[in-house]
Design a protein around this ligand. Sequence first.
Ligand code: NDP
Length: 452
Amino acid sequence: MSNYDYDLFVIGAGSGGVRAGRLAARLGKRVAVAEESRPGGTCVVRGCVPKKLLVYGSQYGEAIKSSGEYGWSVKDVSFDWTSLRGNVQEEVSRLSGIYGTMLERSGVTVFSDRAEFVDAHTLKLQISGREVTAETILIAVGGRPWVPDIRGAEHAVVSDDAFLLENLPEKILIIGGGYIASEFAGIFAGMGVKTVQAYRGERLLRGFDPDVRECVGRHQMLAGIDVRFNISPTEISKSSGEYTVTFGDRCKITTDLVFMATGRRPHTAGLGLDRAGVDVDENGAVAVDAYSRTSAGHIYAIGDVTDRVNLTPVAIREGMAFVETVFGKNRIAYDHSNIPSAVFTQPPVGVVGLTEPEARQKHGDDITVYTTKFRPMKNILAHKEQQCLMKLITLGEDETVIGIHLVGDDTPEIIQALGICIKGGLTKADFDSTCAVHPTSAEEIVTLKSAD
Ligand code: NDP
């Protein structure tokens, strides 16, 4: 046994840190975890989980409206934000409690405290003042919302605040065109808030396939969201309970609440990484190799703090690979290619693999693109304009599928299974030889025809 207090000390009890801590403890290691907030991290406490519950909550209004065409007559409909907020927070507390309990049941020592480096093997717990040592240290502190440094930025809320709003505003201005801005625009619009989404670019969701970006932008507008492109905020001012956001000399928008969804940054400030010899990049992200190892050989980092692919399941996989590499029998570098993911706009997005521009850049004309757009059966009867987009990209003569891009109801569920097909290297012929499930939207993916 080493002379250190612990074999492994994990900083941060988010999804990645908890998984790594539990697995190492299961291998008989002496493990401690420090968490300054509540166990569960961004995903459970102020991210994926409460966000998805708000998405569900925001969809009932539209469902009730459409239900008339399906024979329902619904009277006296109203929405109570405080009730939804309370129920969501109750669920967050339940899940966070489970995370804490799982750690303790695995034999992990949990410190409800902030840990900062004293030196390469020593951490100081900030509330208790206690110093602990560890042979191996895992940094899993995640990220936090970032806002641009403009005058009046302090007047804006960020995603952390959005879950806890005292009251629902009548009007909201959401700044940003990424995941969080686009998802929350759908949530607020669904709850009846007059929503403006202001984005500095020409199409939402930079980095996604252009057809997906166009489709999501169109559906945001169909959902009543006033999407403004090519504007970037320069100042926020407050007067008589209202906020005015100035966008250079382009325009001003007055609203009840300004929500900045302008990105997230690694939460490394004040950790004392320099005292431990851990290098960070210009955004504060911990620099790691393929095995999540930092410049200090015995210190590792996983999840959003490394700013690789900032998704919960990726942090978990990186945590598992770290434990296997350091305490197990195999060195495992987690493969970050072909990660399926979803954006919970309304309708949502499900994607895996290369976008068309990425595929063209990598493979030139050696690709074939199949696209279809249709109104799902449910929307036809409900007289809703919402469409479904399905796009499949193949490579070479054998037509190996290298990219799938979907927009439409249930596409996050569909893309999980399609991710297996891409990982498995399946071809268009494999898709075509699979019998359709009828009547579904998903069946279109096995009946796609080329445009020519
Ligand atoms: P994103 O990086 O997705 O979006 C940030 C947005 O803010 C972009 O549209 C960006 O514009 C814009 N922006 C950045 N700086 C400025 C500025 N100075 N002025 C005006 N606009 C600006 O970040 P999010 O915060 O939405 O999400 C963070 C990460 O969290 C995501 O990348 C994703 O990894 C993860 N996430 C995943 C979810 C999911 O899986 N469903 C849900 C939520 C978050 P531009 O595009 O021009 O850079």
